[in-house]
Design a protein around this ligand. Structure first.
Ligand code: FA5
Length: 347
């Protein structure tokens, strides 16, 4: 029996590496290790053997069985790797090649409408000599509040519900006005820049409110900047974005970091000013708060307010997208439904 086992082992070793596909491997396995396979066939003789022989043969047979199983597993892995490589080679697809993607009938990736509008606005401001700045999502109390003339005890802290980190020192920025502070820290006046980005507020969602949304901050600091300069830039922006007559209204607005402060509202384009759930039945949508930079903010940014002044604004990008494309619920924008995203320009 031991000799027969040795023979079986040699034959197995010679053939196993030659198996090329799953079917022949399964067949091979059953020939050697199956119930009616060759190993069990040899072991049939054990019934008549004495105890010592049974022990010896049993041990050897067990070792052989384990070796066979290991080799079969290894060979199966090899076969699988070859199959995967072959499939990858056959179906290889360069998704950056538009024509090849289209030719295969696959859908090309596209940009989110917020990204599209953000880039468009960046281009408008670049053409007017503005820089583009960035800032971190995780901020500290100083950049989100303190430097913006919102001290610890100021009731304006409650205007925006904040996601605080456990250390109560860091937070998810509630507005892109943090970029004003970072811009002042990094630049010597005169300067003008815009800073787009995601902001976060712990508030209930509805047709015009999200918890994570996008703003685009703007700031210009120079000598003798006036409200007329501010209004000029706001008007230019809206004319370029909408390329149609849109009704706007400017009304006083309170933000601790500007004085005077304004709310620039746009007549709701979803209902043409008649009133709907997006504009909360007022006919107007708050889009572009702005104002003349408060001297305390310039001071906190290391700028002498007796020498320099400026304006700032904070545009709500998601709401702008809604007005531009007549989207009646902000939650469509971040719901992850591909059918929604696919409606926008792909490239
Ligand atoms: C601010 O965040 C100020 N930092 C803006 C500012 C900058 C004022 C510079 C003056 C000078 P407010 O909380 O109003 O302001 O938000 C600005 C805009 O973001 C709103 O007009 C609106 O268009 C948009 N917005 C506010 N909350 C939400 C929300 N929950 N979901 C979607 N858009 C929002």
């Amino acid at each position: 029996m031991l000799e027969k086992l040795e023979e079986l082992k040699n034959e197995f070793r010679e053939s196993v590496a030659g198996l090329q596909d799953r079917n022949s491997l399964a067949e091979f396995k059953s020939t050697y290790l199956g119930k009616k396979g060759r190993l069990n066939d040899i072991l049939k003789g054990m019934r008549d053997a004495d105890t010592d022989v049974r022990k010896q043969v049993g041990g050897t047979a067990n070792e052989l069985k384990q070796e066979m199983q290991k080799s079969l597993d290894k060979q199966l892995q090899k076969i699988e790797t070859t199959e995967i490589d072959a499939a990858l080679n056959k179906n290889w697809q360069d998704i950056t090649l538009t024509d090849s993607v289209r030719a295969k009938g696959l859908k090309a990736a596209g940009f989110h409408p917020v990204t599209l509008i953000q880039r468009e606005i960046e281009d408008i401001f670049i053409s007017m000599g503005f820089d583009i700045l960035d800032g971190p999502h995780i901020e500290d109390d100083f950049h989100n509040f303190e430097a913006l003339n919102i001290p610890d005890t100021h009731p304006a802290r409650d205007m925006q519900d904040t996601f605080w980190f456990a250390d109560m020192k860091h937070l998810l920025r509630t507005h892109t006005s943090t970029i004003q502070v970072r811009g002042m820290e990094a630049n010597e006046p005169p300067f003008k820049f815009v800073g787009p980005g995601k902001v976060f507020r712990c508030e209930a969602t509805d047709a015009s409110h999200e918890m994570a949304f996008h703003q685009l901050e703007g700031m210009m600091v120079g000598r003798d900047i006036s409200v007329a300069n501010l209004i000029y830039f706001m008007k230019t922006l809206l004319a370029e974005i909408f390329r149609q007559q849109v009704n706007v209204r400017l009304r006083p607005g309170f933000f601790p970091f500007v004085e005077p402060g304004f709310e620039l509202d746009i007549e709701c384009l979803i209902c043409a000013g008649k009133g709907c759930r997006v504009c909360k039945h007022t006919g107007w949508v708050e889009l572009l708060p702005c104002g003349m930079t408060h001297p305390n903010v310039l001071k906190a940014g290391g700028i002498d307010p007796t020498q320099w002044n400026g304006f700032a604004f904070g545009l709500g990008l998601d709401r702008l997208v809604m007005m531009r494309y007549h989207i009646d619920d902000i939650r469509h924008l971040h719901g992850g439904d591909l059918r929604f995203i696919e409606q926008f320009k792909a490239y």
